[in-house]
Design a protein around this ligand. Structure first.
Ligand SMILES: *Cc1c(COP(=O)(O)O)cnc(C)c1O
Length: 461
């Protein structure tokens, strides 16, 4: 223990080995952490002698290099799950990226009306687009759909009751559960019906002087099958009109147009939902819409105004970068260029196209140490949307000879950019449906860097 060097000596060694100018406090902090880690390992008898000064200094320099490199970095998603929540959901269209860049680098008219010079509203940049695309009277955006639901519940029903079917008390994941969101918003939950069946009559009977809201939640991430019955939002509209109690629908995935490509499960579009007469509607921007994280709210002007002027709206407001990306994405829809949205292009890709790309990948990955085969492997929508939908297509199944599948998957995740694949049936599957075609060559480069034939031994890996 006494042979452990002091911070000063390691610092001198670090300064001798590197000419980089790191802040002194940062370097000393790293050195102290290294020394205490060493002390712990010596005490645990994991180490028997203290490494020399240079080795210690090099370990500190490696850590400092890690601090330099971004933690959040690009991933090629070959998992075949299009809206992978852990991989950031929808990739953005080029125009959305360009608009972010233009707005991010300098000042913008985020909240100023450039014709009058007066204060404006950040919602103004997308409201007209949202209304045109949906047919709604008014619209606004917040940080995400969870925020949109929380805002609507709080602004319209705080201290009072919201009526919701027992079959729709959903959990979205990451602890977003409808009953808990209601609690957070100070809204009393009035459950009606049963898990599998709820009727219009159940809603009607639950209405009392404390009722402030009728709530419909799209059960986007699961399906109740068998003896079931639920009341479509459209059937609740007359009840809402008759009683004057607003009807709020959480659509989950916001679909602006029917999806291209395969026969997918019926999912109501935003304009269909608006046309049904629902008073207020919320959905995500980064699910089926294919835009940035955002919570879109559509509905009657009077209710939207109420939400906008609520104090929570400020806490949940969308940031300018997401707003820029959302505006550009919506414009693509409005001008009939939504095929430029990566997510929609992924849906639209034909099995034949994917097969050709997968064959080309197979040809280029014919490296020593890898067994390759093309198999059928359906892609999934993911992100809690359309849980049963399968998008048919091929995948390249890979069996490494000298590595375990977990080792291969880990090596791919460690690559630059990282590559995420799926392990299934003792094989690693690369599904190109969720990969931009221009990234196919990057996949080849990643594998070549891992399995470059070694001229000395003639074997790979
Ligand atoms: C995904 C989802 C949410 C949460 O949306 P975020 O944009 O992730 O906050 C809320 N409700 C439903 C029904 C959903 O599917």
């Amino acid at each position: 223990m006494r042979t452990l060097p002091g911070v000063d000596r390691v610092l001198l060694a670090v300064q001798r080995l590197s000419s980089d100018h790191w802040p002194l406090a940062l370097v000393t902090d790293e050195i102290q952490q290294q020394i205490s880690a060493l002390r712990a390992r010596l005490l645990n008898k994991e180490l028997t002698r203290v490494p020399d000064l240079d080795a210690l200094a090099r370990a500190v320099l490696i850590r400092l290099d890690q601090i330099q490199s971004p933690s959040l970095r690009p991933v090629i998603n070959a998992s075949g799950i299009l809206l992978h929540t852990n991989l950031g959901r929808a990739p953005l269209a080029k125009e959305a990226m360009q608009q972010i860049q233009q707005v991010a680098a300098g000042y913008s008219n985020l909240e100023i009306d450039l014709t009058t010079g007066r204060r404006g509203s950040r919602h103004s940049h997308v409201e007209r687009l949202l209304c045109r695309l949906s047919g709604a009277e008014a619209a606004m955006v917040v940080n995400n759909n969870a925020g949109a639901v929380l805002l609507a519940l709080t602004a319209l029903a705080k201290g009072r009751e919201a009526i919701v079917s027992r079959g729709e008390l959903v959990e979205i994941g990451g602890s977003f559960r409808i009953p808990e969101v209601m609690e957070a918003g100070g809204v009393q939950l009035r459950e009606v019906g049963s898990s599998n069946r709820t009727h219009l009559q159940d809603y009607r009977q639950a209405i009392n002087a404390e009722s402030a809201l009728l709530l419909k939640v799209h059960t986007s991430n699961y399906k109740i099958i068998g003896f079931t019955s639920s009341v479509p939002a459209a059937d609740l509209v007359p009840l809402a009109r008759e009683t004057g109690i607003p009807l709020l629908e959480d659509l989950g995935s916001g679909l602006l147009r029917p999806l291209p490509g395969y026969a997918l499960p019926e999912e109501p579009t935003i304009s269909e939902a608006v046309a049904s007469g629902v008073d207020l509607l919320t959905c995500s921007g980064d699910k089926l819409l294919g835009g940035p994280q955002a919570g879109l709210i559509f509905g009657r002007r009077e209710l939207i105004e109420k939400l906008r002027s609520h104090p929570l709206a400020r806490a949940l407001r969308i940031d300018k970068l997401s707003l820029a990306a959302l505006e550009a994405t919506l414009r693509l829809y409005l001008t009939g260029r939504e095929s430029q949205i990566p997510l929609l292009a992924f849906f639209a890709a034909s099995s034949q196209e994917l097969l050709e790309r997968t064959r080309e990948l197979q040809r280029q990955l014919d490296l020593p140490g890898l067994k390759l085969e093309i198999v059928d492997a359906a892609a999934m929508v993911g992100g809690g949307a359309m849980p049963e939908a399968e998008l048919p297509g091929p995948a390249l199944a890979i069996q490494p000879e000298a590595l375990s599948l977990d080792q291969l998957a880990a090596a791919l995740r460690a690559a630059e950019p990282a590559l995420v694949a799926r392990i299934h049936d003792e094989r690693l599957l690369l599904n190109l449906r969720s990969v931009d075609p221009t990234d196919d060559q990057l996949i080849v480069a990643i594998f070549k860097s891992l399995f470059r034939p070694d001229p000395a031994s003639g074997t790979g890996a």
